[in-house]
Design a protein around this ligand. Structure first.
Ligand SMILES: [Fe+2]
Length: 341
């Protein structure tokens, strides 16, 4: 389709010359005699306009005022200013204000044709670049959306896998039904009170659910024994953190949970197992799970005893603060009334 150019000049003779020259070059030309007329044409037909030729000196709105309005309202349309022969400075100022170029009057045909064609080509190129940019932004958005969906799918697969493992652990011992998910709930409540990031919360959640995965390997008659355990039976029980670590060792998605699985029976005083870690050497998320694990174990029925009342379990935590449990975590647990969960 022919390119559409509007020439704006208060001098009728100049309008006529420009119209004739440009039409000869195959352009569709509209002429107008003032800035107001130009703006009212653009109001209705701006999408059809490819270039504006604009006289600087006109009665009514000056060329500069019109240029300013065009840049603001129709930034897509390039503007070439027409200046008097001896007024190059104004031409330069117009370029600084956003005009694509300027022509001095009287305009020579070759200069006019070259300038108009150059500005139209440059604008087309710029529009191609914009279209390319919009396209690549859309591509990037599409990729980000796909990645996000994949991530959501992966997260839900991870959670489903975690829950399947948890189910397996709990099936071994009917007394611990719901234990893993309660340890998860309590651990997350403590960590949220400590403003853990989402990433750390996710690791804590998985570790809390899987902390006892090593119990899969313990014979049920030992796990569910109502009577007091023998020394050798107790030794077998004490192996579950290390065997849990062995079970998940080859599962990439569970690697972040290793410290919790291996060390959730460590104590602040170093008398825990399997490594006898002490105080700050035990990572904080491990200390959180240890507290949550012990509290839930005390407040639910086991094969060898019935559930203790909550107040009694809280007292036990206080009694063992600093020796078994992290004092700061015990305080937080009590102050925030997490034991009521
Ligand atoms: Fe355990």
């Amino acid at each position: 389709m022919d390119k559409h150019i509007i020439t704006t000049d208060d001098d009728q003779a100049i309008r006529k010359v420009l119209q004739i020259l440009l039409r000869k070059e195959g352009y569709r030309v509209t002429v107008c005699s003032s800035g107001d007329e130009l703006l009212s044409i653009l109001k209705k037909d701006s999408p059809t306009v490819d270039l504006v030729l604009l006289d600087i000196k006109m009665p009514g709105l000056s060329g500069m005022q019109v240029l300013e309005a065009l840049r603001r309202n129709y930034p897509r349309i390039p503007v070439v200013m027409l200046t008097a022969f001896n007024d190059l400075e104004t031409g330069m100022k117009a370029i600084r204000m956003g005009a694509s170029d300027y022509l001095t009057k009287p305009v020579r045909r070759e200069v006019l044709v070259e300038c108009v064609s150059r500005v139209l080509n440059a604008t087309a190129l710029k529009q191609d670049e914009v279209a390319e940019m919009v396209h690549s932004q859309a591509q990037q958005k599409k990729l980000e959306d796909q990645l996000q969906s994949a991530l959501i799918a992966l997260e839900s697969t991870t959670l489903a896998t975690l829950e399947a493992f948890t189910e397996t652990i709990e099936q071994k011992d009917p007394y611990t039904k719901g234990h893993c998910s309660r340890v998860r709930t309590i651990s997350l409540a403590i960590a949220q009170a400590l403003d853990f990031t989402d990433e750390r919360l996710q690791i804590l959640e998985g570790g809390a659910l899987l902390h006892d995965i090593g119990k899969i390997g313990i014979p049920e008659e030992i796990l569910n024994k109502a009577a007091k355990l023998t020394k050798s039976e107790y030794d077998i029980i004490r192996e579950h953190p290390a065997s849990g670590e062995r079970i998940i060792k080859h599962i990439d998605m569970f690697q972040a949970y290793r410290p919790i699985i291996r060390s959730h029976h460590e104590r602040m005083d170093g008398k825990g197992y399997p490594d006898g870690l002490k105080g700050e050497d035990i990572p904080v998320d491990v200390r959180i799970v240890s507290l949550a694990d012990a509290f839930d174990a005390m407040t639910t029925s086991r094969a060898y005893r019935s559930a203790l009342p909550t107040e009694f379990a809280v007292e036990e935590l206080k009694l063992n603060t600093g020796t078994q449990f992290d004092p700061d975590l015990v305080n937080l647990f009590i102050e925030r009334e997490i034991f009521l969960l």
